[in-house]
Write a protein that binds this ligand. Structure first.
Ligand SMILES: Nc1ncnc2c1ncn2[C@@H]1O[C@H](COP(=O)(O)OP(=O)(O)OP(=O)(O)O)[C@@H](O)[C@H]1O
Length: 463
């Protein structure tokens, strides 16, 4: 890729020498002889790189840098200066300049510096691309649902995402897609271009969790030789996703509370207060309120986290979603596995719908992936599904294909029999008081008398 470079120097000869050398390297060149002209060109041409002399008539190179960065923070800027203004160059580095060249310099050194600047640029483009990718992957538009409760929750989640700093608590059983939801919220929020840092609070022992989150100063532990930045600092300006927050110990909970209340913390062994701007999204598969009542989770932290609670219902409570989600996954797996499945038979669809999915979407995903690896093409049929799904709630078949006798002795009764049993139960509960029983049953006492007459003696005798 040919990058474009804006070169700004008030000496015509320097401009000429530099531009020739860089042109020969294939860069697209823009020349400016004053700071004002450089800003004007940048506004119009959006160059990738700028090579700026510090000493210029009018606004100087450092001010130009400031203005260029304001126009496009991703521009890579290299400063040029003579020894005597090296302090200005240092200031420029602080303002985000990538490097500086001390005049006089060899043209080859300058070309090498610009070459390195281009590599940085290539890397930045990739980082930006991957944010774009993630944005596509984690998109509210990609959440498949026909469930009214979940659809309403998604609307709430969008609003919460837009309100930049609102703390969000996502609750739901394991595998319902809490992490996917957290990422979707981040990439929908104004912080999408900033870091998204995730930490699973159940995966680390207490002390490690603390040092990961808050970082430490040298000497905080016996092995802490160097300073370590915590994840809270790494997530600055972005989002920190705390998964399985219900597993966090009380002492870490207290420190996190301070971050939520005051926006600051101290590294372990540190004395300096560090201010951070981080949105926290927490998730848990526990009912956090119950954990609070059991004394396992601080109530003050719970209320701080629960500003915007989002609950993802388990798949068994939104059976209407199972098949549409499975079909959506099939499209993706067709691509990934280079298969060409067209859909599924009504029997296979009914089987997926009937199953209770204790592992929720994660289990459905695994089942679909496994099925699509093993089956060939066309429609996925009942036989293609794993036997634990197929046999769930369905009479197990013997090897000869005959239905097992035990499956015929079902405990089902007719509605009339059920009614009889219920009437007898109510009568027993009321001490055989027919008027009272009729009131509970919601029928007239004569109607009860009539029904009692029809109940077979042997059934009545059981009560
Ligand atoms: N709407 C969805 N469509 C397709 N796949 C999904 C969807 N939601 C989640 N998944 C997939 O289901 C799996 C579980 O999702 P995720 O890890 O977000 O769940 P979780 O609730 O955070 O689980 P845990 O509580 O165990 O951490 C992942 O493989 C994810 O890609």
């Amino acid at each position: 890729m040919a990058y474009s470079i804006l070169i700004c120097d008030d000496e015509a000869l320097t401009l000429k020498t530099i531009s020739r050398a860089l042109e020969a390297e294939g860069y697209e060149i823009f020349l400016a002889q004053s700071g004002e002209q450089a800003v004007e060109i940048a506004q119009r041409e959006h160059p990738d790189i700028a090579l700026l002399d510090v000493v210029l008539p009018g606004i100087d190179g450092v001010e130009v840098l400031r203005q260029l960065k304001r126009l496009d923070s991703s521009i890579v800027v290299v400063m040029m200066s003579a020894y005597r203004v090296v302090e200005r160059a240092v200031e420029a580095l602080k303002l985000g300049a990538y490097d500086y060249l001390t005049k006089p310099f060899h043209v080859s050194d300058m070309v090498n510096t610009i070459g390195r600047a281009s590599e940085v640029l290539a890397l930045r483009v990739r980082v930006r691309d991957s944010v774009q990718d993630a944005r596509g992957r984690y998109d509210f538009g990609r959440v498949v649902t026909r469930n009214a409760a979940l659809a309403a929750m998604l609307e709430q989640a969008k609003k919460a995402a837009e309100s930049d700093k609102t703390t969000i608590l996502i609750q739901g059983e394991s595998g319902t897609g809490k992490e996917v939801m957290a990422k979707t919220i981040h990439y929908y929020s104004p912080r999408a271009q900033q870091p998204l840092v995730s930490l699973n609070c159940a995966a680390l022992p207490d002390t490690l969790l603390e040092s990961e989150l808050f970082g430490y100063e040298p000497g905080a532990y016996t092995d802490a030789r160097r300073r370590k930045e915590g994840l809270l600092e790494k997530a600055h300006a972005g989002t920190l996703f705390l998964d399985e927050i219900g597993n966090m110990s009380f002492s870490v909970q207290a420190k996190l509370l301070r971050v939520l209340e005051e926006g600051n913390f101290m590294r372990l062994g540190g004395t300096r207060t560090i201010q951070v701007d981080v949105r926290i999204i927490a998730a848990t598969n526990k009912v956090l309120k119950d954990a609070v009542s059991r004394g396992e989770f601080r109530d003050d932290l719970f209320y701080r986290l629960n500003v915007m609670p989002l609950f993802i219902p388990p798949l068994r409570e939104r059976k209407e979603d199972t098949v549409p989600i499975a079909l959506d996954m099939m499209k993706r797996f067709n691509k990934d596995l280079k298969k060409n499945f067209t859909g599924m038979t009504p029997e296979a669809a009914e089987c997926l719908r009937a199953y209770t999915w204790p592992g929720n979407i994660r289990e459905l995903r695994n089942v679909m992936e496994r099925t699509m690896i093993l089956a060939t093409h066309g429609d996925i049929s009942l036989d293609d599904l794993p036997h634990e799904i197929r046999e769930f709630d369905a009479p197990p078949e013997t090897s000869s294909g005959e239905v097992e006798i035990s499956s015929l002795t079902t405990p089902f009764v007719t509605l009339e029999e059920l009614e009889d049993r219920y009437i007898l139960e109510v009568l027993t509960a009321t001490g055989n008081n027919k008027t009272h029983a009729a009131r509970i049953l919601g029928i007239h006492p004569t109607s009860l008398a009539r029904k009692l007459k029809r109940i077979p003696e042997e059934v009545a005798a059981e009560h």
